[in-house]
Every structure is written in C-alpha cells, then in structure tokens.
Design a protein around this ligand. Structure first.
Ligand SMILES: Cc1cc2nc3c(=O)[nH]c(=O)nc-3n(C[C@H](O)[C@H](O)[C@H](O)COP(=O)(O)OP(=O)(O)OC[C@H]3O[C@@H](n4cnc5c(N)ncnc54)[C@H](O)[C@@H]3O)c2cc1C
Length: 394
C-alpha cells in the first residue's frame, strides 16, 4: 500500500438531517452574528449584559420562532432549523453569554409552552416571545436542588382560583430580565416525581422578586439570577400542562436542552479549530510558521478529530430525535462527548496562541471560561454517566 498522502478536495456533501434550505439558514444566521453581534461581544461582556433589543431584532428576523407554526407567528420549521440556530450562534462567534441568553429563551423556556400550553397560553406567552417582546426563563434549579430535580422545595398551595407560591430558584439564565418564568413547583406534600407541576410566573406578580444577579466565571453578557417567591398568587390559568405531571415535562425538555448544548459545543469547536489553524499558519517562531512544527500540527489534528467525532455523535442523536425515535441514550452520549471536548479544544487553541491567547483581545480566554459551564449545565457529566449506566442495564 502506498504511503503517499492522497489529495482531498475538501468538498463534502451535506449530512442528513440537513439540506440546502438549512444551509441557507446557516448562512443568514452566521451573517447576522458576524455583522450585528460579534463586533459588540467584548463591550457586552464588560457591561455584564447584552441589549434587550437584541431579542426584538432576532424576533424581527424570525430566529426566535424557527420551529413554531406560522399561525403562532413562527417560521413553520422544526427542531432541525433550531439545531442550525444553536450551532451557528456558537460557530459565528455570538459568545457563550449571548448564546445562553437567546438560547434559554428559544431552547428551554418557550418549548414547554408550545408543547404543553393551552391556546390561551400560546397567545399570552408564546406569541410575544416569538416576536422578542416578552423574554422567557426556565426555573427548575434551587439552592438545595440541582441534579436531583425531584427534590425541589418551592411549593404551590392550591387556593380558590389558583395557587400561592413560596420558595426560591437559583442560577436562572435570563432570570433578571425575564418577563415570565416557566417554573417548577411542588404541588403535593410528598413532592418528588409524582408531585411536581409547572406554573407560569409573571414578573409583575406581587411577591416575585429578583434577589441577586450572580457573578460568574464565564457567559458574562448573560444574566443569571437568584429569585424569591413570597406568597405569589398565580391564577389557575397559568398552570402549564397537567397537575403533578411536571417531572415528565422536565425530562422532555432536558433531552432538547442537552442536544442544543451539544450543537453549541460543535459550533464552538468549529470556530476554535479555524482560529487555531489560521494562527498556526501566520505566527512564526524559529524562522517558520508554528504550524510547521509537528507538535502544533498534531495538536490541530487531534482537535479536528475530536470535533468531527463530537459532530458525528451529535448529528446522529439529532437525526433520531427529529424522527421522533427514542434518543435518551444518544443524547446523553452527545452531551457527555461534546462538553469536555469543547473545553479541552478551547484550552489547546489557547496554547497554540501562546501569550496572545491569554490576552482578552483574541477572545480565546473567554472561550475557555465559557466552555467550562458545559460539563455542569443542563445535567452534569456525572449525571450523563449515570443515565448511560442505567440505559446500559447497570
Ligand atoms: C451559568 C448557569 C446557568 C444555568 N441556567 C439555568 C437555568 O436557566 N434554569 C435552571 O433551572 N437551572 C440552570 N442552571 C443550573 C444547572 O442546571 C445546575 O447547576 C446543574 O444541573 C447542576 O446542579 P448543581 O449546580 O446544584 O450541582 P449538584 O447537583 O449539587 O452537583 C454537585 C456535584 O455532585 C455531582 N453529583 C450530583 N448527583 C450525582 C450523582 N447521582 N452521581 C454522581 N455525581 C453526582 C455533580 O455531577 C456535581 O459534580 C444553570 C447553572 C449555571 C452554572
């Protein structure tokens, strides 16, 4: 067998479930991010928030309703369109913070309203959210309950006409400026799997309070809040889905959130790899571009392989999910494979950039900090391994 390296044109056909229409969407999201978001990312990181108007602009361009029906103001697409949105926000350089703020709205807070909401809830919450006029957040995590979601303590007492909510939530993305919160509450004394429900809490309800805007390691331009509820009166019409069936809503939502995080990591790795290659070709040391040193070339080769493996696993999970098949195992594998890979690829990219990588202006130190959330949020790596262990019969 010849050891000669065969030339590869670099051309690749589209991988299902993506088609030409998705590629056009990729281009328009990428253009928008490069022109209207990326130039402002550093300023928004310093300000610790991106402008609220960005939701309106994204709504105007149709990006907040890609997977929702036209009758509700959406674009009539499906989850594959939303997958393109998640991947390209990251690939085009929207930053972890902007990706998280827009992504929490489109990816985790509005889907339960579409999937489990009444026609009236669609009108009151989903339609204005698709236009970017009302901002949504999802509230599950509490100071005493993260991975163990069934142990939440925020309670909703049944009263005439509705519920009275008491408790608190923490780490809530968009929590500071959200107009409404899709909130998990305990609706039976026992709580647990059979005693959790969802209520839509609105920020103007008396007793609803943003108690703290949290300072974080990364995602600086997204807001992350601690919330407290003191005797918040919530009308019965704000019950989302069936009473005491909220745990199933959480599980359904988690699958999509984990896929979106996997897609975001794939997009992030694509961007980091491009940046590493460009720098390795341009930066010279000892009379040659650093990419001519085997040590650097091999790092890039490893990064490209990890990115491709992560992408293949993620697209495979997405194909199953989009076809309506069971995909718990594949989604957990995709989340587990992509998040630490993205963090490690970001760190290698920083190493290739040397001292410049450590400086803020290249955006690579930010990519490392932003990527650190991946193995924690949306279900930790340890929880993914537990899910997989059970799926594998152990
Ligand atoms: C920036 C940010 C944004 C977030 N946004 C939101 C949001 O919008 N809405 C929301 O509801 N939540 C949000 N979260 C919360 C996030 O989902 C939780 O942080 C995550 O689920 C982990 O929960 P925890 O932090 O309480 O950690 P814990 O559950 O306390 O875990 C601590 C450690 O113990 C390990 N561990 C726990 N259980 C097991 C087990 N069974 N086996 C082995 N190891 C275990 C964990 O893996 C982890 O290493 C956000 C978090 C962050 C940091």
């Amino acid at each position: 067998m010849s050891s000669a390296i065969v030339k590869d044109s670099g051309e690749r056909s589209l991988v299902p479930p993506f088609n030409d229409e998705h590629e056009q969407l990729r281009e328009s999201i990428g253009r928008w991010v490069r022109e209207e978001i990326a130039p402002h990312v550093e300023e928004w990181e310093s300000l610790r928030e991106f402008p609220r108007e960005l939701y309106l602009r994204a709504g105007e361009l149709g990006f907040l309703g890609l997977k929702y029906p036209v009758e509700l103001g959406g674009q009539g697409g499906d989850c594959v369109h939303d997958a393109v949105w998640a991947e390209e926000l990251a690939a085009a350089g929207a930053s972890g913070g902007v990706g998280a703020g827009l992504g929490a709205h489109t990816g985790i807070a509005t889907p339960p309203i579409f999937n489990f909401g009444t026609p009236s809830q669609h009108e009151r919450f989903l339609r204005p959210a698709i236009r970017g006029e009302r901002i949504a957040a999802l509230g599950i995590t509490e100071p005493g309950a993260g991975s163990d979601v069934a142990s939440i303590r925020t309670s909703a007492q049944k009263v005439d006409g509705g519920y009275v909510v008491n408790g608190s939530k923490t780490f809530i993305t968009n929590g500071v400026r959200a107009d409404f919160l899709v909130c998990a509450v305990k609706t039976s004394d026992a709580g647990g799997h059979g005693g959790i429900s969802f209520l839509i809490l609105e920020r103007e309800m008396p007793g609803y309070e943003v108690t703290r805007k949290l300072e974080k390691m990364g995602w600086h331009s997204s807001d992350t809040a601690e919330l407290a509820f003191t005797d918040v009166e919530v009308p019965g019409e704000n019950l989302l889905g069936e009473l005491d069936r909220g745990f199933y809503l959480i599980m359904a939502n988690f699958a999509w959130e984990r896929l979106l995080m996997s897609l975001g990591a794939v997009g992030g790795m694509r961007r980091l790899l491009e940046s590493a290659i460009a720098y390795a070709l341009e930066r010279e040391a000892f009379g040659r571009p650093i990419g001519r040193f085997q040590a650097i070339r091999h790092k890039v080769a490893e990064m490209a392989t990890r990115m491709e493996a992560a992408r293949s696993l993620t697209y495979s999970a997405l194909r199953r999910y989009a076809a309506g098949e069971d995909a718990i195992r594949e989604v957990a594998m995709a989340k587990l494979a992509t998040q630490r890979a993205c963090l490690e690829v970001a760190d290698e990219c920083l190493q290739i950039h040397g001292g410049y990588g450590y400086m803020r202006e290249y955006g690579i130190e930010r990519a490392v900090r932003d990527a650190r959330l991946g193995p924690i949020g949306g279900g930790t790596d340890e929880v993914m391994r537990e899910i997989l262990g059970k799926q594998l019969g152990l």
